[in-house]
Design a protein around this ligand. Structure first.
Ligand code: NAP
Length: 306
């Protein structure tokens, strides 16, 4: 029998990625949606998850596609009602919230999936395999996009818990924590925060891995012209560049891997397997790097952003 699914929050990511991925995966049946502003044809609709649960619609799992600030409350509600939960990235507004959810899911025997969609970009696993056989000398992350193009009207991104430039930047950390051969941790960060906003618009970061290899990151929300979602690594056995958010792999300047994008089908495949196995996947390492930046980072005032 298909896993009966409800979606909460019909914003950009729900419409662009979740709904098509669910429709294409026969293991799931979308039966309900909770939205303050919209309704979907052919499913039960309610304004909130509370109303959906109170209405008695039968479903097994829920995908939370809201901003991170409301994720913990919704996830707790769903887990307490006996539902498996898929969390959009980042999995919560704090590490403590996510730990609370992990414990609750475990206690109830339910699946909790903290998703990192960029890890399912097609060249990520080939990059991981290539790096596993080589000694890393250094790595650099360049994640530069125009917030006006990619996040129009998303005021939540500037609020506490919205992460600002770390909203896309955390995708880079989700890839780096997957492909780099050793754990790494933050040593320095500078966070540029517009004087009229709560979250950074640019950040520079320095990390070191457990063998002493330096890793740097430049995150920029004000990039106009060419955008970059790149990770470069220098090793004793050559240079790797993972570009386009993990879609293309270059070794010593030669394109060696490129495949059609299928991140969200990959996430739903993993969700189905986790539910089938009675397991959870809650890796907070990308969020920990962001939390460390807020703990250690030097704050610099930036011009107002409108
Ligand atoms: P969005 O377009 O602003 O949509 C979020 C939706 O969540 C809203 O449309 C709203 O839907 C619902 N919502 C519930 N409570 C809310 C609140 N307090 N404030 C605002 N909205 C609320 O945002 P999004 O781009 O879909 O991003 C949602 C999450 O997905 C974020 O964590 C983001 O990092 C992640 N994500 C986004 C992208 C992307 O390309 N945009 C890619 C990957 C991951 P209703 O009106 O239906 O209730």
């Amino acid at each position: 029998m298909a896993i009966r699914l409800a979606v909460v929050g019909l914003g950009k990511i729900a419409r662009d990625q979740h709904l098509p991925a669910i429709a294409a995966d026969g293991r799931f049946e979308l039966v309900a949606a909770a939205s303050r502003s919209a309704a979907l044809d052919g499913v039960a609709n309610a304004a909130t998850l509370e109303e959906l649960l109170a209405g008695g619609v039968a479903f097994d799992a829920v995908a939370l596609c809201t901003p991170p600030q409301v994720r913990h409350r919704l996830a707790r509600l769903a887990l307490e009602a006996g539902k498996h939960v898929m969390l959009e990235k980042p999995p919560g507004a704090t590490l403590g919230e996510v730990e609370d959810l992990r414990r609750l899911a475990e206690a109830r025997g339910l699946t909790l999936q903290a998703t990192w969609h960029s890890r399912y970009a097609p060249a990520v696993e080939p990059a991981r395999a290539w790096l596993a056989d080589r000694a890393l000398r250094s790595a650099h992350i360049s994640w530069k996009e125009d917030v006006r193009v990619w996040h129009p009207g998303q005021d939540w991104i500037w609020e506490p818990g919205g992460l600002g430039v770390f909203d896309p930047g955390i995708n880079a950390f989700s890839i780096a924590t997957r492909i780099l051969p050793r754990p790494f941790f933050l040593t320095e960060a500078t966070l540029h925060t517009p004087e009229n906003r709560q979250s950074p618009i640019q950040a520079e970061m320095a990390f070191v891995d457990t063998a002493g290899a330096p890793i740097t990151a430049e995150l920029d929300f004000l990039q106009t012209g060419p955008q970059s979602w790149d990770i470069e690594a220098d090793t004793t056995g050559g240079r790797l560049k993972l570009s386009h958010g993990g879609a293309k792999l270059w070794i010593d300047g030669v394109l060696t891997h490129e495949a059609p994008e299928a991140e969200y089908p990959g996430l739903y495949d993993a969700f189905a397997h986790l539910i089938g196995a009675g397991a959870s996947d809650v890796d907070v390492s990308p969020l920990r790097h962001v939390a460390d930046a807020f703990l250690l980072g030097r704050r610099v005032a930036a011009p107002a952003f409108a």
